[in-house]
Design a protein around this ligand. Structure first.
Ligand code: PMP
Length: 372
C-alpha cells in the first residue's frame, strides 16, 4: 500500500514501499538494451533494506510473547543496518507500549563498520559494543560471540538472530519481492519503453542472504519461475557458490560493508533453485559503480549498492547475461540496499567526493576567486 495517501501511525509504517527507478544513463553508457532498474532501499524509514526484517522480527516476536515490554533487552550482532532498523522499531515501541516502557537495544558491531552507523544507533537510543573485525565468526570476540555472551548475562536479553530467523527471508518474500513484481507488472509496455511485463533478472548482494533468498522465492514461486537470480559476494568472503569462486581471495579484507561473511548464514539458500549464479566483486569496482549511481543517476547510495551494480555489469559479460543485455524489454532489477548517509566519513567516499579531478567549472571558480 502506498504510504503517501493517508496519515501514518508512526515511522514503522514508512518502512519499505521503496521506488523502483530506471537506471537509463548507466544502461546507455554500457550499451545495454534491457531495462536496468534499481530498487532504492535508502528511502525506507531507517535508511536501508534491513528495516523490513527488523520490523518483522520484532512484530512476530511480540506476537509470540518473546518480547516483554519494560523487560526485554534486544541484542543483535549486525553490520549496522539491521541494528538501526531494530533500534528504530524499539524506539517506537516505547511510545506505543501501554506501560510506556518498551525494549532496550544493544548492538554488537564489528570495528570496520562506519562511525555513521554507530552514531545513528546511539541517536535512536541503542547501546553499541564494537568487536574486532578480524575475529572469526565462531570466536568469543566476534560480534556474534559477544552478542551471545551479553544475552547469557543480561536478564531478559534476547537475540532475534537475523542469521537464523525465518522472518528475515520472509520479510523479503512478503514485501520486497511483491513490491518489485507490482511495479514491473503495473508499468505498461510502450514503443519508447518496451517491457516483457515480468521481472526477468534479479541481482542482489548477500550478507545474511535474506534479501536474495526471500526475493528469489517471491519471484520464482509467485511470478516468473524461470527468473534468473544472481547473488553478489565480495572478494574475501565465502558466500558465493560453487565454493571454488571464493578460493582465490578467501579471508582477505574488503572495505564494503554489509555483504560477505566468513560463514554461511542459515537463512542464505545457496540452492541453485533459489540463486542461479554468483559473481564476485572488488572494492574498487564497487566504489566506482557507487560513484556512477550518484553522478549519473542522482542516487545517493552506499558501497554495497555499488557492488550490486558492479556485479550486474560483470554478469552482463557472461553468456547468459550478454543475451539478456541485448534483449529489449527484458527487466533486470538490481537491489540497492542503503544510502551514503551511512558512509559520509569513509575514506573511499571522501576520496570520491573531495579529491576528484577538478572539473573545468571548478578551475573557473578557482580563477574567479583568486582574482577577487
Ligand atoms: N548491503 C548492506 C549495506 C547491508 O547492511 C546488508 C545487510 N547486512 C546487505 C547489503 C545484505 O543484505 P542481506 O543481509 O539481506 O543479505
Amino acid at each position: 500500500m502506498p504510504s503517501t495517501d493517508r496519515i501514518l501511525d508512526n515511522a514503522l509504517e514508512a518502512v519499505g514501499n521503496t521506488p523502483l527507478i530506471r537506471l537509463d544513463k548507466i544502461a546507455r553508457h554500457h550499451g545495454l538494451k534491457c531495462n536496468l532498474l534499481g530498487k532504492v532501499e535508502y528511502m525506507s524509514a531507517g535508511g536501508s533494506v534491513k528495516d523490513r526484517i527488523a520490523k518483522r522480527m520484532v512484530e512476530v516476536a511480540e506476537k509470540e510473547g518473546k518480547l516483554i515490554p519494560g523487560k526485554s533487552v534486544v541484542i543483535e550482532p549486525t553490520s549496522g543496518n539491521t541494528g538501526i532498523g531494530l533500534a528504530l522499531a524499539c524506539a517506537i515501541k516505547v511510545l506505543l507500549s501501554t506501560t510506556l516502557v518498551g525494549y532496550s537495544v544493544i548492538i554488537t558491531l564489528p570495528a570496520k563498520m562506519s562511525l555513521e552507523k554507530e552514531t545513528s544507533l546511539r541517536a535512536l537510543g541503542a547501546e553499541v559494543v564494537r568487536t574486532p573485525t578480524e575475529a572469526a565468526w565462531d570466536s568469543p570476540e566476534s560480534h556474534l560471540g559477544v552478542a551471545q555472551k551479553l544475552a547469557r548475562e543480561i536478564p531478559h536479553g534476547i537475540i532475534l538472530d537475523q542469521y537464523r530467523n525465518v522472518n528475515n527471508p520472509l520479510a523479503h518474500e512478503y514485501t520486497t519481492g511483491p513490491e518489485i513484481i507490482e511495479a514491473v507488472v503495473s508499468t505498461p509496455s510502450t514503443t519508447e519503453r518496451p517491457s516483457s511485463g515480468k521481472v526477468d533478472v534479479f541481482i542482489a548482494g548477500a550478507g545474511t542472504g535474506g534479501t536474495v533468498t526471500g526475493v528469489s522465492r517471491a519471484l520464482k514461486k509467485t511470478h516468473n519461475e524461470p527468473c534468473v537470480v544472481v547473488g553478489i559476494d565480495p572478494e574475501g568472503s565465502i558466500l558465493a557458490y560453487p565454493d571454488s569462486l571464493n578460493d582465490a581471495h578467501k579471508g582477505s579484507f574488503y572495505a564494503v560493508e554489509g555483504i560477505g561473511y566468513d560463514f554461511i548464514p542459515a537463512v542464505l539458500s545457496r540452492e541453485v533453485a533459489d540463486v542461479d549464479s554468483w559473481i564476485k566483486t572488488t572494492d574498487d569496482e564497487a566504489f566506482s559503480a557507487a560513484r556512477s549511481l550518484m553522478r549519473d543517476e542522482g542516487l545517493l547510495v552506499g558501497g554495497s549498492s555499488g557492488s550490486a551494480l558492479a556485479g550486474a555489469l560483470k554478469w552482463f559479460d557472461t553468456a547468459q547475461g550478454k543475451t539478456t543485455a541485448q534483449t529489449e524489454g527484458t527487466n533486470v532489477v538490481i537491489l540497492l540496499p542503503d544510502g551514503i548517509r551511512n558512509y559520509m566519513s569513509k575514506p573511499w567516499f571522501l576520496r570520491m567526493a573531495m579529491e576528484a579531478e577538478p572539473s573545468p567549472l571548478a578551475r573557473d571558480i578557482a580563477r574567479i576567486m583568486a582574482n577577487s
